[in-house]
Design a protein around this ligand. Structure first.
Ligand code: NAP
Length: 314
């Protein structure tokens, strides 16, 4: 059975499949796979290991002939028309849990580096601008006594909340459903109004696209800190820029962008924003574990069993 991998991933999962008799072809080219190559793969391969940047829309999936399983190398699967894949008899799987810690950890890092101006301070120091201790140099925001608002209280949101346990913060959250957790569940409006720092941990769906626009930013406290490690298009980037310019948002920490991999030039020039190249799950451990999980999902489905972590049922 033949498996196509749209980008190089850690060898561990590839070797796992090869050792079990699968023929695995890994695309060696740089950059996001073009649609025509995806279409070709959907005609020829039994299984595809896809990346979150791959366009597996209805227009592409309608050409599928041979593929029975698409194993997305990510927990988010907004790049795939999962419902249409189901109609075509293709099982789609993702990689939950194995990247939860890594992603929550990165959100945590962004939170501290944005609010305490760590990256800005590093740049300043390297540029030789540090001339001695100053009472007013790089004043940032503290977590001490702050209200942290988490949007999307799933696996990563909960881990992020857990990681905050050593800090003197009050945690509130808004999610689709109230959870049995020791944090206060609030409606979206309340979260916007009461939080000193907001961190996003929800998936990108039709419902959550542009959930944060000028309207929502206006409702926030002045000088709020805003962290997004979820998906860029949950936020209208042009409105985020406006809110940053006005000082409504004092600091932002971003791992994801609305038009990824494009990032607005204005955002890149802003000192009060920490921008990262979508590295939420980028630890050796998480990426190896993801590699094994995508491989095992492929194996399970192609051997006629049940997928380990399916996101649709056929
Ligand atoms: P998860 O366990 O499914 O958690 C998502 C949470 O969001 C759930 O609690 C869900 O609520 C909530 N939610 C869904 N739609 C919502 C909406 N419209 N409004 C408010 N809450 C909503 O997923 P996860 O494993 O934590 O991952 C979360 C997201 O993080 C992924 O979808 C992915 O896009 C992103 N991510 C990014 C990176 C990165 O590299 N930056 C890495 C990993 C993941 P219910 O539980 O009530 O349904």
């Amino acid at each position: 059975m033949k498996v196509f991998v749209t980008k190089k991933i850690p060898e561990i999962g590839i070797n796992y499949l090869k050792e079990r008799g699968f023929e695995v072809n890994v695309r060696e080219e740089e950059g996001i796979i073009p649609d025509n190559q995806l279409i070709e793969a959907l005609k020829k391969y039994d299984g595809i290991i896809s990346m979150l940047s791959d366009n597996l829309s209805k227009e592409v999936l309608k050409h599928a002939e041979k593929t029975r399983v698409i194993s997305n190398y990510a927990v988010g699967y907004n790049n795939i028309d999962v419902e249409y894949a189901r109609e075509k008899g293709i099982i789609v799987t993702n990689t939950p849990d194995v990247l939860t810690y890594a992603t929550a950890e990165l959100a945590f890092g962004l939170m501290l580096s944005a609010s305490r101006r760590i990256v800005e301070g590093d740049r300043f120091t390297r540029e030789g601008k540090f001339k001695g201790w100053e009472p007013l140099l790089f004043l940032g925001k503290t977590l001490d006594n702050a209200t942290v608002g988490i949007v999307g209280m799933g696996r990563i949101g909960q881990k992020f909340a857990e990681m905050l346990s050593g800090f003197n913060v009050k945690i509130i959250y808004y999610s689709k459903t109230k959870k049995d957790l020791p944090y206060k569940f609030v409606d979206f409006e309340t979260l916007l109004k009461e939080s000193d720092l907001i961190s996003l941990h929800l998936p990108l769906t039709k419902e959550s696209k542009h959930m944060f626009t000028e309207n929502e930013f206006e409702k926030m406290k002045d000088g709020v800190v805003f962290i997004n490690t979820a998906r860029g298009a949950i936020v209208k980037e042009s409105d985020l820029i406006k809110a940053l310019k006005k000082g409504k948002i004092a600091f932002a920490g971003l791992d994801v962008y609305e038009f990824e991999p494009e990032i607005s030039d204005e955002l890149k020039k802003m000192q009060n924003v920490v921008i990262l190249p979508h590295i939420g799950s980028a630890t050796e451990k998480a990426r190896n574990d993801m590699s094994m999980l995508v491989a095992k999902n492929i194996e399970a489905v192609l051997r006629g069993g049940k997928a380990i972590t399916p996101v649709n049922q056929v």
